[in-house]
Write a protein that binds this ligand. Structure first.
Ligand code: GLN
Ligand code: ZN
Length: 805
């Protein structure tokens, strides 16, 4: 028996940006210099107190560590950088001379950069749309227990009457996600510093024990992924070593034995969100089992993801002394839980031989909005957004999920009969959802069932090339852009006035047309070859389509943190997808009427629409993707009928959804590429299909790019100096390719000379006949003062290089 048993129900983390994005506003006010650091701490402190008290009101126990302490001012990985004082050389001056800590302003400087000092790079957190900052570690990076924020926050909550469970990224995941700093030796891997990091965590645990924290949570999602840049065997060895040290060397057993000593550490929960812990080795990589690995250490509890991961069935040696926290409530999607089914899952875990069982979420609730109750579900605005009282009953945002956890925990402790009405209400809502009109649209199902391989195939590529050459008559090295032009304050104002009903439809249309005319005239003046309409009418490349397609709803307040203070509102894809009317044709047609040059139609691809939405969980993603693809296919066909000769279907998220386990990747690439082809393969041979991918590190998706069968693919390439072009060539890619020659992520204007150099690099490593000239990505975040000279230089460079070919 332990003195502090693990809570019966908990969540792995909670949104921290605030129900009304209070933290975003407070942080941005500090950045703008409108407030001082103390103001920010006061606002954030109030928000933290409100959060823990709300979690208690929702049913989590205030005394046993059920309530996670998962606050962050910016990012949980950056928090560990600050905890350790592990900043790269260029920020070393920000560390306190005495204790090596980083104050709040210094913390933001590392996140956002200053002058010539680039911020830490940002990249995607496992399979979510959350982005973390990538630590840079070398042999000489300072690593100690430098920052005590997490201890202060524990004490602050305690004072407010709540005993929290501090949550932080675990030492192995932290180092596995780090990159070697520039000053590191050639053979250095951040995991070489494991012992130093573990020693600092051990210090932290001692201090947390001293202030009375019963539990701490260390997140180790590295265990569910094969795609981090470290040898799996090394990760496993690091886990064993780190947790042996943290759990054994600091054992609280003496306190359990009734001796009057302060334990040297809190009990440790290791959480492994985002997937299953076992791989069977069928993909050729060695079989691994993270659960057995953790069970072999002296940690006190292990949280597993039973939404993404399979339910383990065999007894695990070592688990008898531990609590298994069963992640049965989905932390990463917004559907109401099938509580009865999840109780059965909990029953099935009995055979694992765990010492105790607790109920948890599969991941932190960071990835879902706060509260269904905050949103309006009735009235004209709700109706326009597709939000109905019916839909509301099917959903569970963070607060509702906390409620679900407590219901399941009560069922576990006192039997299902004690929560019968909650179980029945959940089942009834699910039954309603299954039978609701729009969830299954027979015409959509029939159309999908009738598809054959032919619907995903266009004619031979060389015949298409010939037909398009004749129709488009483009010069060598044709120039174009990726679609959007700067979203000016005037455009944003007009759109928001229109959304609020303050601007009439025809006035709004007129304003957008005026903008389109301006953008077309500018492109003609600059001398671009394939023009765009500029996308002024799009609030967002996914939300725009979600608002127009049936089967989606959008929210006003469903904010989810994307990175730092940036939040997004993913649409909710709840039903079969249909298109009741053309979505983009009128804008494109209008632009085309103003010029004799070709104007590209611009669509967002099916995989990206899925990746940036909350997607229904009642059918395979592949089927949902195909439904979206069919709607887009009809749009392509309407664009063609309006005379459009070039259509671009953007898929920047193709790589994002790539499964974390290698064994799952081929099936994913099969359906995702298949959906793109379904969206585009209806196009005539003489219609040129473009796609755009936002990145240049293709890795395991390089083969899939050819599989998309697009005529032209534009990619990011300026920063990596065209590195990807020879790679594509080596992989046998022979279609059109537009390696970005203008880095739009920076306000810098590239000179004609620079662009020329990049283009020369490109035509040296691939047939010049397939090369296109374009920026890295859309221009919506830039200003005209940079965009116009940059595009002029781009066109001049293309003209110069043409004369040399
Ligand atoms: N067509 C979109 C634009 O130009 C593409 C954006 C993206 O790839 N993220 O804005
Ligand atoms: Zn892009």
């Amino acid at each position: 028996m332990t003195t502090t048993p693990f809570p019966r129900g908990t969540i792995l983390g909670y949104p921290r940006i605030g129900r009304r994005r209070e933290l975003k506003r407070a942080v941005e006010a500090r950045w703008a210099g409108r407030t001082d650091a103390v103001d920010l701490e006061v606002t954030a402190g109030a928000l933290r107190r409100e959060t823990v008290q709300r979690l208690v009101a929702l049913g989590l126990d205030p005394d046993d560590g059920s309530v996670p302490g998962s606050f962050s001012y910016y990012d949980q990985v950056l928090d560990v950088v600050a905890l350790l004082g592990a900043v790269p050389d260029r920020f070393r001056d920000l560390l306190d001379a005495d204790d090596g800590s980083l104050d709040l302003d210094g913390y933001f400087t590392v996140a956002r950069g200053r002058g010539e000092d680039a911020p830490l790079e940002m990249t995607k957190w496992f399979d979510t749309n959350y982005h973390y900052l990538v630590p840079e570690i070398s042999e000489t990076t300072p690593i100690s227990f430098a920052d005590h924020r997490i201890v202060r926050e524990y004490a602050e909550a305690k004072e407010a009457g709540v005993t929290t469970r501090p949550v932080l990224v675990g030492p192995v995941t932290f180092l596995a996600l780090s990159k070697a700093a520039d000053d590191a030796g050639a053979d250095f891997h951040p995991l070489d510093r494991l012992d130093d990091v573990v020693a600092a965590y051990a210090e932290l645990l001692r201090v947390l024990a001293a202030v009375g924290a019963p539990w701490v949570q260390l997140d180790e999602p590295v265990l569910v992924s094969d795609t981090v840049d470290a040898d799996p065997a090394r990760i496993d060895a690091a886990i064993t070593s780190a947790y042996r040290t943290l759990s054994t060397d600091l054992s609280p057993a003496a306190a359990d034995d009734g001796l009057d000593v302060t334990p040297e550490r809190p009990r440790i929960l290791v959480a492994t969100p985002f997937g299953g812990l076992a791989t069977d080795g069928t993909d050729g990589t060695p079989a691994r089992d993270g659960l057995a690995l953790l069970a072999g250490t002296d940690v006190d509890a292990i949280a597993i993801d039973l939404v993404k991961g399979a339910v383990p069935t065999e007894a695990v040696p070592g688990l008898a002394s531990k609590t298994l926290v069963a992640g049965v409530v989905d932390g990463h999607n917004i559907w109401r839980t099938d509580l009865t089914a999840r109780l059965e899952t909990l029953d099935a875990l009995a055979g694992l031989g765990a010492g105790a069982l607790a109920v948890g979420t599969s991941t932190s609730l960071l990835h879902v909005p706060h509260d269904v109750e905050d949103e309006t579900w009735e009235g004209p605005a709700a109706e326009r957004a597709g939000r109905t009282p019916e839909l509301r009953r099917w959903l569970a945002f963070a607060d509702q999920k906390v409620g679900e956890v407590t219901v399941l925990a009560r069922a576990l402790a006192y039997g299902p009969d004690t929560v019968r009405s909650e179980l029945d209400a959940a089942s009834a809502a699910l039954a309603d959802r299954a039978a609701a009109s729009g969830v299954v649209v027979p015409a959509v199902r029939e159309r999908l069932a009738a598809l054959s391989a032919q619907d995903r195939g266009r004619g031979a590529h060389d015949e298409r090339v010939a037909a398009q050459r004749e129709r488009l008559d483009l010069p060598l090295l044709p120039t174009t852009t990726i679609g959007s032009f700067p979203q000016t304050p005037e455009i944003r104002r007009a759109r928001s006035a229109w959304a609020k009903g303050e601007l009439a439809d025809d006035a709004y249309t007129a304003a957008m047309r005026e903008e389109i005319a301006r953008v077309v005239a500018l492109q003609e003046d600059i001398g671009l070859d394939v023009l765009v309409h500029g996308e002024p009418e799009r609030n967002d490349m996914v939300q725009y389509f979600a608002e127009l397609l049936d089967g989606f709803a959008t929210t006003d307040l469903g904010w989810v943190q994307s990175y730092g203070s940036r939040c997004v509102r993913p649409p909710i894809l709840w039903g079969d997808v249909t298109r009741s009317a053309p979505m983009t044709v009128e804008w494109t047609r209008y632009a085309a009427s103003l010029t004799s040059k070709p104007v590209k139609g611009m669509l967002t691809g099916p995989v990206t629409i899925l990746a940036w939405s909350f997607v229904r969980d009642d059918q395979p993603l592949a089927d949902t993707a195909d439904q979206v693809a069919l709607a887009l296919r009809d749009e392509v066909s309407d664009l063609e009928a309006a005379g459009t000769a070039v259509v671009q279907v953007d898929e920047p998220a193709l790589r994002e959804l790539l499964p974390l386990r290698r064994a799952d990747q081929p099936a994913y690439l099969e359906w995702s590429v298949g959906a793109f082809r379904l969206a585009t393969a209806g196009a005539a041979a003489s219609t040129q299909v473009h796609t755009h991918l936002c990145y240049s590190e293709f890795g395991e998706v390089i083969g899939a790019i050819d599989g998309l069968d697009a005529d032209v693919t534009s990619i990011e390439a300026a920063r990596s100096r065209m590195e990807v072009v020879p790679e594509l060539h080596a992989a046998g890619y022979a279609r059109g390719v537009g390696p970005g020659v203008y880095d739009i992520h920076s306000p810098r204007v590239p000179s004609q000379h620079e662009v020329t150099e990049l283009l020369e690099l490109a035509v040296k490593s691939i047939d010049p006949a397939v090369v296109w000239v374009n920026p890295d990505c859309g221009l919506k975040t830039r200003g005209y003062a940079e965009v116009e000279p940059s595009l002029r230089n781009l066109v001049a460079a293309a003209q110069a290089v043409r004369t040399t070919l």
